[in-house]
Every structure is written in structure tokens, then in C-alpha cells.
Design a protein around this ligand. Sequence first.
Ligand code: PLP
Length: 410
Amino acid sequence: MSTSQNLFDVAAIRAEFPVLQQKIANKPLIYFDNAATTQKPLSVINAITDFYMQCNANVHRGAHTLADEATRRYEQSRDKVANFINAYDRSEVLWTRGTTEAINIVANGMAQRLKPGDEILVTEMEHHANLVTWQQACLRSGAVLKVCPIYEDGSLNTGMFVKLLTPNTKLVALPHVSNALGTINPIKTLTAQAKNVNALVLIDGAQGIAHGGVNVREIGCDFYAFSGHKIFGPTGIGVLWGKAELLQAWPVWQTGGEMIAEVSYQSATWGGLPNRLEAGTPNIAGAIGLGAAIDWFNRIELTALQAHEQRLIQHATALAREFSGMQLVGTAGTKIGVMSFNLKDCHPTDVGFLLDKQGIAIRTGAHCAQPLMKRLGLPGTARTSFSLYNTMDEIDQFFNALHKVKQMLT
Ligand code: PLP
């Protein structure tokens, strides 16, 4: 695979994704639902298969060759994640089921630490995973949930963000990138502002991880959560990164095997990081698959990847602006390759259904962001989300298909 910007070889990248080679509705599949989940390259699929075929065993506890090899591959993946996000230490990388579980671990601990009158600050563009969790933490603790507004173009009202921070703000929970709008938030600046009032900062990195060199030290946050399946890895595996000094004292959230130090019939003490927050047999194959996904992703030069995605979104946006009756939802200045839209007099669900009949996969609905849709006065949107294996030609074909959809529905 080429790594230079000019020679970004989409055809070579596509060839590594078996799922993209098929036809849907007798047409080559156009997969524009990458914000929901990304496809998996062969190297990831092989890493998972190899694990089951060569060294399936439980980790950390075996006294045999297979167990040693399983543990080696599993823990090597933790190192890969730690390097990928520039963690201070590998023990700060906790395996979770995904972003949702990662946020829940933090919320569970916060709920035990918060007291009435404390405040949590989120934004109007949250995915439910980074909203309902905090609602529940507030219900349990008596803390107050504050919501930072967005502008009509889907960018965060950063002036209001600063105003909403108070000495009572104990935690700020922000999306790195909005899944519904594509907005990239200035998380480094926002984190620094939150630190002025000594708030903890959690970044929901579900959409940020696959788009741009996440460096947790540079961001300055306390927690960063992401899902493996959004970065070409498997489902059912994700990461909570947190600063060691916080995680060491974080309330345990599940108890059982793996996470203990000493157990008697009456009581137990907890082990060290990362195991104290990883009870039970983990998703070993998932972690190994995520490690392989990171290896794969690391082969691609970041600037080339970002340039490719920007070309795609700019091309799509230009065509959308010429498309009569098409309303773009989310036009912030800094965006990833997400284009949310509505067609005049067409329900988004019908648009998605009729595109599927032409071999094009998109997402429709509220995108797990019902309050955001209400805030924008929309029933939902149709959402195309592009990834590094998508092409300009696919975007042209998408607009041809959309013309047909419009003719059928209006
Ligand atoms: N946060 C954002 C911004 C998302 O886009 C998603 C998933 O789409 C999530 C959180 C939840 O991720 P998961 O379902 O993988 O836990």
C-alpha cells in the first residue's frame, strides 16, 4: 500500500476488504455507513481466525503453551493501543465491550463520588451513550446535568462552554467528533478550559479514533473511550484509557475473577491496573483483532488519510449544494467525512430503503441522538459516512441514485 498523499492507493486498500468485493442488488456495494461500523481488512479477520485455530486458551492463568501464546498476543494488543494513543503506561489501557461500556465505567465511579450540587457538563450533540449515562449518574448522586448548546451549523458554542464551567463542574464529557453531524470539536482547547475549574474530562472518542492521530497526552484529558469496530477492528471490544492515578482508585464496577488480589469467604481485595477494572474472561480474540486493526491502520499515513477523507466530504458537499431540495444537516467548518441530510418531502427511512435497492448502504434515523434531532427540529436524517476505502466515483454514483430516489418519492 502506498503511504504518500499523492499516491493514496484506494484500489489497493479496497482489495484488502473482502466485504467490499460483493454486489448488493446486482450492483457493486457502496458502503457509506462507516460511522455505524467500519469494515474489516483481511489481516484483522486472519488475526482472529489464527487465534482460534492456533492458540485458543484463556489468558493469564494457564500453565501451558497455548495459554502463554494467547496471553502474549492479548497483552501485545494492549501495548499496541497504548502506543497508538500515546498513553503514559500500558496499564492505563482497559479493555471494554466498546465506547458505551467504557463511559459506563467512568459514570459508575463518578456517581459514587458526586454529591448534590455538583455539575456535569455535556453538549447538545451527544450520542445517547454519552448522555443517558450521565443522566443516570446525576439521578444517583443528586448532581446537575448541564448541556452546552450548539450553533445551527452543528459546531459547538464554545463561548457558552466556557460560561457553563463553574467551580462545581466535576466532569466534562465531550464527543471528539459528532456521529450525527460530523463536527470535530476542539477537544484540546476545551479540555484546557475545563481544567481551569479542575474538572475531570472524558472524551467520547467513538468517532474520533479512526480519523486522526489521537494523542491522549496532548489532549490533556483524563479519560478517552473508543470502540474497536469503528477503527476496522471487531465488535465487542473497546478501550477505556484513563490516567493511572485515577484508575488506581476508581470504584470497581464488576467483581469476580481476574480483578482480585486476595479473597476469603468474607471479603476480597482488588488487584492492580489494568485487571482491577477487567473482571472475568475478556474478549481475547476481540483484543487481538483490535491489535491487528491498529497495525493495519498504522500502515497508512495520517495526512494522506485525512486529505482523502476531506476530498470525499468536500466533493459530496459540493454536489449536495447543487441538488435541489437537499438540506445538509451539520456544516461546521471542521468536519470528518459525515454528510447528514434530508430531501424535501421525503422521509429519511424511505431514502435509505430505496438507496439500498441500488446497492448503497447508508444510515437513517436519529443516530442515537434523539435530543439533538429535536433540537434541530428534525425527525431524523439520512447519513452517509465515508471512510478511507470510499471513492469519488462512489459519491457520483450515490448522487445518481439519489436522483432516482427523489423521482420515486416526489
Ligand atoms: N459515541 C459516539 C459518538 C458514537 O458514534 C457511538 C456509536 O455510534 C457511541 C458513542 C457508542 O459506541 P458503541 O455502540 O460502539 O459502544
